[in-house]
Design a protein around this ligand. Structure first.
Ligand code: DAK
Length: 260
C-alpha cells in the first residue's frame, strides 16, 4: 500500500513498523497546518495498512517539535480560528487504533509536547526537554497540554509547567511519569525501533483493544472502565489469534499472529 509523500515528513516502512520523521529542521519542526494535516493523513493511512502493526514518530536531534508554527497563528482572530478550525486535524490522532511510539530528542514544546503525549509510549533521549511555554506568548495549551499533561504528571507539576512555561528535562519527565524511558541520544532511534518492532510482533486485534482499554481509564470511572475491559477481553475469544496464542503456549512454540 502506497503512503502519502510530504514536504515536511519522511516516511519508511519496515518490519511491520511505519516510521514517520517530522522534518522541518530550519524551524525546529514547528508544526504548520499542512504538516499536521499530512501527519494525520499518514497516521490514518498506516492505520488502514494491514502490513503495518505499530507506528514510530520521531523528530530531529535538536527538536522533536518546538510547537505549533507561531508565525502562522500570530495574526489570527478568535472568529477566524473558530470558523477555520485549523486544528481539527489534531483531534483525529486520538482515533488511531495502532500503537504509536514517540521518540523524542531535544525540544518537545507546546504542540510538540502535546503531540508526543497523544502517542502511546514516549522514549526520551537524554537531551529531551518537555514543556508547555504557550503562556509566554499570550495563550495557553490548546491540544491537550492542560488535560493529558495533568493526567500524566499530576496537578502540581502540570500547573507549574503550564503557568510558568518552564520546560522539564528528560530525567524529570521520567520521574514524573511522562515518559517510559530515557536513552542516550545516539541510541534513541535504535531503541525506539526495537520497541516498535516488539509491538508489531504482538497479536494486532488484542493490541488495538488493549490500547483502547488503557486510554479509556483516563475518561471513565472504575466500574465503567472494568466493565469495558471485561467486554473487550471476552471479545478476544472470538479471534484466531487467541486460539493460536494459547495453543502455541501449550506446544512450547512461538505463536504466529495473523490479526484475525
Ligand atoms: N514556530 C515558528 N518558528 C519557530 C518555532 C515555532 N514554534 N520555534 C522555533 N522556531 C524557529 C525560530 O523562529 C528560528 O527561526 P529563524 O529565526 O532562524 O528564521 C528557528 O526556529 C530556530 O529557533 P531559535 O533561533 O529560537 O533557536 P534557539 O535554539 O535559540 O531556541 C527554542 C530554541 C525552542 C527555545 C525557541 O525557538 C523557542 O522558544 N521556540 C518557541 C517555543 C514555543 O513557544 N512553542 C509553543 C508554540 S504555541 C491546538 C494545537 C496546537 C497548539 C495550540 C492549539 N489546537 C488543536 C486547538 C499549539 C500551540 C503552540 O505550540
Amino acid at each position: 500500500m502506497a503512503h502519502l509523500e510530504s514536504d515536511f515528513l519522511k516516511v519508511s516502512n519496515e518490519k511491520g513498523v511505519g516510521w514517520i520523521r517530522l522534518h522541518r529542521p530550519e524551524v525546529l519542526n514547528a508544526l504548520n497546518r499542512q504538516m499536521v494535516a499530512d501527519l494525520v493523513g499518514l497516521l490514518e493511512s498506516f492505520d488502514r495498512d494491514e502490513n503495518i502493526r505499530a507506528i514510530l514518530l520521531t523528530g530531529g536531534p535538536k527538536a522533536f517539535a518546538a510547537g505549533a508554527d507561531i508565525g502562522e497563528m500570530a495574526q489570527a482572530t478568535s472568529v477566524e480560528m473558530l470558523h477555520l478550525d485549523p486544528f481539527a486535524d489534531w483531534d483525529r490522532i486520538r482515533h488511531i487504533s495502532k500503537p504509536i511510539v514517540a521518540a523524542v530528542s531535544g525540544y518537545a514544546l507546546g504542540g510538540g509536547c502535546e503531540l508526543a503525549m497523544a502517542c502511546d509510549l514516549i522514549l526520551a533521549s537524554e537531551s529531551a526537554k518537555f514543556g508547555q511555554p504557550e503562556i509566554n506568548i499570550g495563550v495557553m495549551p490548546g491540544a491537550g497540554g492542560t488535560q493529558r499533561l495533568t493526567r500524566a504528571v499530576g496537578k502540581a507539576r502540570a500547573m507549574e509547567m503550564v503557568l510558568t512555561g518552564k520546560p522539564i528535562t528528560a530525567q524529570e519527565a521520567l520521574q514524573a511519569g511522562l515518559v517510559n524511558r530515557v536513552i542516550p541520544v545516539e541510541k534513541l532511534e535504535e531503541e525506539a525501533m526495537k520497541l516498535a518492532e516488539e509491538l508489531a510482533s504482538k497479536p494486532p486485534v488484542a493490541l488495538r483493544l488493549a490500547k483502547q482499554a488503557v486510554l479509556k481509564a483516563a475518561e471513565v470511572g472504575l466500574e465503567e472502565g472494568l466493565d469495558y475491559e471485561q467486554k473487550l477481553f471476552y471479545f478476544l475469544f472470538s479471534t484466531e489469534d487467541q486460539k493460536e496464542g494459547m495453543q502455541a503456549f501449550s506446544e512450547k512454540r512461538r505463536p504466529l499472529f495473523r490479526g484475525r
